[in-house]
Ligand binder design. Sequence first.
Ligand code: ZN
Length: 211
Amino acid sequence: MQLRLATEQTFEQYVTQRGWETATLSACPLCEPGTCHLQRLGTYMRKVPSVAYVTRYVCREQHTSFGLLPDFYASRMPGTLDMIEEAAVKAEDAPSLEKVADQVRPADASDAVTLGAALVWLRRRVLMALGTLMTVKGLMPERFGDVPPRVSAFRRRLGTVRVLVALREICAPYLHRLSAPLGLVPRPQVDRRSGRARPQRPGPDPPSRGR
Ligand SMILES: [Zn+2]
C-alpha cells in the first residue's frame, strides 16, 4: 500500500537531496507498536519527470509493503501533481486546447508524440483535475462547496499555485479511498483462508506504470 511522505519539497529538491535515502517510516501503520518486524525494503523507481526513487518498507507479519510516496508525486500514474495542475490550469482559459496541448506535452512522453495524442494526454489531465476538485468539494462542502471546480479558483481560495499538493494534505484522512492522481493505493485485501495479501486488482492506472 502507499503512504504519504508528507513533504513541502519539490520534485527537484527531493532529487537533489536524495530524499528517498532519508525517508523513514517510524512505526507500522497496521500493527500495535513493537508487535511486528517493520523493515526497510529498498526503493522502487519512478521515471517521470526524471529518474527518482520511492522508499519502501515491509511488514512481514501483515504481508504488506509500504511505499512512501512524496506529496509532489501523482499517484498511480507517471509524473507530478504540479505537472497535472499546470496542464489543467493552462487549459482552463485557453481559446484552443490544441495550442495548450502543443505547449504542455512533454517532449519525451512516448504517449504524447503527435498532436492528437497530446490532446488526449491533455484532456486526461484536465478531467483528472476536474474530478479531483469535484471530489474534494463533495468531501468538504463547508470548506469548498462555494468554490467553482477550477484550478484557478482553488488557487485563489488556498493561496497557493500548488493546489493538488495542498489537497494531498487536506485530504489526508481520505487518501486511501480517493482515486488517481491524489488518492493512495490502499492496503491489499487479505485472503482470509491463506492469510496472504492478494495482489491489487489492476485498474486503468496500475501502480507499476511509470515507475
Ligand atoms: Zn506491522
